[in-house]
Write a protein that binds this ligand. Structure first.
Ligand SMILES: *Cc1c(COP(=O)(O)O)cnc(C)c1O
Length: 408
């Protein structure tokens, strides 16, 4: 794929200067500036490093590339005025239907879904309570229960509402942690295998006490079934990143949930002010772009996509597996970035380079390549964020760099 096409798919070229027409002024014909500005490449002009993403959907690598369906939806939406609430209503209805939930809204990423979902549980639709956040000291229920292995950087999102965390490790500790102040029980799907208490048990305890539940499945799509699996299982609120596997706008996400909780979450967010979520605005373009991304995602052939990913992985595997000293293994992470992946490690005596330095070499290539460090002292290669044909660049890049270091 040509560099220009890569940029096109990032969305900088096809807009063709549409967002500049206001600056140029209404007197110029639309056709003229579009033509000239189409040549303007801000990514290049700004001197940004463009790279092949063989790492995965990582926030600092800008996560994913939007598809044409999303970009077209964004472009069309950007040309009209509509009422903000109407967009959330209509899009929410469609998303809820796709995801088997009663209600849904587009949020500013999974983080924002976690904040707004928690806020909804604390405040319901009570305006006084909404205005009080994050001061929940006088709330009847203001405690959050979670497992220690489910406590990570992102749980900070829930705590911004003022809710007070109570961490447990075992079922016994869970039973004694629950009390009349318990407002919400949180589950992190990514570390489900590490916690003592699994989904079903967590839910059954919550149901027994009538406590709402929220689950973070941010990066856990694919598989596509995860879009409805956790609502079907009984979670009251489900939070998903829009810009990871779904390839929607990076700053969008989904909050799925019970109708009354979505109503509460909506009141804690724009267009309303005087609430905790006012700064988590998603514009109409992204709300509709998010829906377009989801709609596309549920209609593609996931088996064909998976086979394509396996083929790409094979190309890279074949290029490096026969290098003496390099150890390559095929695997699929069980949860999050759940796609055909390679784990690459090497004998540092035969190929004397650290993973940090090796990744730096990959970055300095043209085209530049990003992979992601793993826990085995090497790195992982994923292929689901590659554009067609980029697997060959990754294969050649890894092979050449390993051989160069080995033969130095
Ligand atoms: C990425 C991620 C988030 C945050 O999602 P955004 O869409 O970037 O807001 C939350 N939780 C987990 C587990 C994540 O991987």
């Amino acid at each position: 794929m040509k560099r220009r096409d890569i940029l096109k798919s990032i969305g900088l070229l096809p807009f063709g200067g549409v967002f500049f027409t206001g600056v140029i002024g209404p007197k110029l014909s639309v056709a003229a500036p579009i033509k000239t500005l189409q040549k303007k490449n801000l990514v290049e002009e700004l001197g940004l490093r463009v790279f092949i993403n063989a790492a995965g959907t990582y926030t600092d690598m800008t996560a994913s590339l939007m598809t044409d369906e999303t970009l077209e939806a964004i472009k069309a939406t950007s040309r009209v005025f509509v009422m903000y609430g109407d967009v959330q209503d209509k899009v929410g209805e469609r998303i809820a239907k796709i995801c088997h939930s009663e209600g849904a809204m587009v949020t500013a990423g999974c983080w924002s879904a976690l904040v707004l979902g928690t806020a909804a549980v604390l405040t319901g639709t009570n305006k006084k309570k909404i205005a009080a956040l994050p001061n929940v000291d006088n709330f009847e229920k203001n405690e959050l229960v979670l497992q220690e292995s489910h406590s990570h950087g992102y749980t900070h999102a829930l705590m911004t509402t003022g809710i007070k965390p109570v961490t447990v490790k075992t079922r016994e500790e869970l039973d004694s942690a629950i009390n009349k102040k318990t407002a919400l029980m949180f589950f992190l799907n990514a570390t489900a295998l590490e916690g003592n208490i699994k989904h079903e048990e967590w839910l059954s305890v919550a149901k027994e006490h009538g406590i709402p539940t929220i689950i973070d499945i941010a990066a856990d799509i694919p598989p596509v079934e995860n879009l409805w699996k956790f609502t079907d299982m009984g979670f009251d609120l489900v939070c998903i990143s829009g810009g990871k596997g779904l390839r929607g706008p990076q700053s969008a996400g989904l909050l799925l949930g019970k109708r009354d909780l979505i109503d509460g979450a909506r009141l804690n967010a724009p267009p309303y002010g005087g609430n905790i979520g006012r700064g988590m605005k998603v514009n109409k373009e992204e709300i509709i772009g998010m829906y377009a991304a989801l709609d596309r995602y549920v209609s593609i052939d996931h088996n064909a996509e998976w086979r394509d990913w396996e083929k790409r992985r094979e190309v890279i595997f074949d290029a490096i597996s026969n290098i003496d000293g390099v150890n390559v293994e095929k695997f699929v992470p069980p949860i999050a970035n759940h796609t055909p992946t390679l784990s690459v490690t090497w004998d540092k005596d035969k190929i004397p380079i650290s993973v940090v330095d090796f990744r730096q070499r990959l970055r300095k290539r043209s085209p530049s390549i990003e992979v992601i460090g793993n826990n085995q002292g090497g790195f992982n290669v994923t292929v689901f964020m590659l554009q067609p044909g980029e697997d060959r660049f990754v294969a050649r890049g890894l092979r050449e760099e390993f051989l160069t270091v080995k033969n130095a």
